[in-house]
Write a protein that binds this ligand. Structure first.
Ligand SMILES: Cc1cc2nc3c(=O)[nH]c(=O)nc-3n(C[C@H](O)[C@H](O)[C@H](O)COP(=O)(O)O)c2cc1C
Length: 321
């Protein structure tokens, strides 16, 4: 099944961020496939309420991949079946998370050090469901070697495509992604490789595809407070229009709408807390960023933040006038 979108523009799984609101914005602005943050397969198997809440995506958020992490193939098997029952389009297996909690369990990027275990986990998901299963990997643990052995095994296990975040575990998110490893992965992989790491613009996406030959690009941090990046990248990769960057006014009003949607989804109080980081991202580089953040961060409810952001521009214009 062809799951990679024609516009070759994917949003990244971002734990604590790529919730239904984020994914809905990514899709609206042009991402062709979106992902949940990583969800613990064992938690799904145990029907942990906290874990199941991470799967609560409305049916209009499609095409959607749910990302699972675990080192236990039987947990992945059961979780994959549960997730398929939700009617999503894809299951992605996390073999890249460097977080201690995940790593100690033997899951996430730890699986890059054990290609057989990595293969078993992906195979478990593939054998459990009829929807496609993909995998997201790093180049390795301490050095950028393991991907060469892991990629053919994951392809054998039935992964429909493999996303390579071109950093090692040791690098976490520091330094730059080594795109030459993506080019190498493309050479050796029997299945399409999605390139990931440091793409934050149309030019970046075009360069990554030109330099590596990857089948699609995945964008994470470059989309924080910046859903416009998906329109830019999608435009560039389809030979279509590349929209102009948004003005500060457009960014503030988008931020207000984003926070309002967080309020609708999470409720006013919880959304008020979640909104803070998004206000920080949406206002990055703005002349009034400090003022806006200080005020918004002092507010508890999403609705207060929405009102403040909506009025900020009008009041500024009135003062200027
Ligand atoms: C806050 C945050 C949360 C992340 N959560 C996940 C996750 O749940 N699963 C995953 O595979 N990668 C996760 N990542 C890694 C990203 O998907 C991506 O591989 C990485 O940020 C590099 O891409 P970028 O340069 O476009 O951001 C996370 C990254 C960040 C910054």
């Amino acid at each position: 099944m062809a799951i990679l979108p024609d516009n070759r523009t994917l949003s990244a799984p971002l734990a604590g961020i790529s919730d239904p609101v984020y994914c809905s914005w990514a899709l609206r602005y042009g991402a062709g496939l979106v992902f949940s943050g990583m969800v613990c397969a064992e938690g799904i198997r145990r029907r942990s309420a906290k874990t199941l809440a991470l799967l609560d995506f409305p049916e209009n958020i499609r095409p959607l991949g749910i990302q699972l992490f675990d080192d236990d193939p039987s947990a992945v098997f059961e979780a994959a079946q549960y997730v398929e029952g939700l009617g999503v389009d894809l299951i992605d297996i996390n073999l890249g998370c460097p977080a201690k909690k995940v790593f100690r369990k033997g899951a996430g990027v730890q699986l890059m050090g054990d290609p057989k275990a990595a293969e078993a986990v992906v195979k478990a998901a593939v054998s459990a469901v009829s929807i496609p299963v993909s995998a997201k990997i790093r180049t390795g643990i301490n050095d950028a070697e393991a991907f060469r052995e892991v990629i053919p095994r994951l392809a054998d296990a039935g992964a429909t495509f493999i996303t390579l975040h071109a950093r090692t575990r040791k690098q976490a998110l520091s330094g730059s992604a080594d795109w030459s490893k993506i080019a190498e992965a493309v050479e050796i992989s029997p299945v399409p490789i999605v390139g990931n790491g440091d793409v934050a613009s149309a030019d970046g996406a075009l360069s990554m595809i030109r330099e590596t030959g990857c089948a699609a690009v995945m964008i994470g941090r470059g989309s924080l407070g910046n859903p416009w990046v998906f329109a830019e990248v999608s435009g560039a990769l389809t030979g279509g229009e590349i929209p102009l960057p948004p003005s500060d006014e457009q960014r503030l009003s988008a931020c207000a709408r984003y926070v309002a949607e967080l309020g609708d989804f999470y409720g006013d109080d919880r959304a008020g807390k979640i909104a803070r980081k998004h206000v920080g991202w949406f206002t990055k580089g703005m002349a009034d960023a400090r003022k806006i953040r200080a005020k918004a961060y002092s507010m508890d409810k999403a609705s207060e933040i929405v009102e403040f952001l909506s009025n900020f521009q009008t009041e500024k214009e009135q003062h200027a006038g």
